[in-house]
Write a protein that binds this ligand. Sequence first.
Ligand code: VGL
Ligand code: ZN
Length: 197
Amino acid sequence: MQALIVIDVQMDFCEGGALAVPGGSEVVESINALMPEAGAVVLTQDWHPDGHSSFASQHSGKAPLETVEMDYGTQVLWPDHCIIGSEGAAFHPDLDTARADMVIRKGFRRDIDSYSAFFENDHATPTGLAGYLRERGIKELTFVGLAYDFCVAWSALDAAKLGFRVHVREALCRAIDADGSAAEARARMESAGVTLG
Ligand code: VGL
Ligand code: ZN
């Protein structure tokens, strides 16, 4: 069975949001159109407590897109976004959330970020999604959503590592594209055997 994994189609990643991804809302309608054909639909939701350690506001002298060294590695810093329960953390109002079998939240621990739907940014702490998919007999995953070069790419790479067959529908993703990050993500996914297109 095949699942559609919809990454972070939330207000803060759409136009006017705190961490707006250019063209973010453009993908919503086409993602909805894919849902009826999918064997399962999973939505992810970036879900940070106030004062999350990935926010530049928590690091004096640091601006968004600068980095800090955490004990789990280098972390890019972001504007405050997707605060638990806020409007910015809500799904885009046109996203067909009623079609979702499963909604998984990530990034809810203050001291560690989680781009991937499978592991937190230490690449070791599982979110539980792999177990959910395996228990349902799902072996093939199609990823869409925001942002292509961060949460989509990290999720797709982890899924490939975990042994799923992985596709990314690039036309249904939008990138932040800081410092060539979209091209780099694309190259990493290609060499990991992720099908793009
Ligand atoms: C994301 C940066 C910070 C994403 C989430 O959804 O790609 N990017 N938090
Ligand atoms: Zn985030």
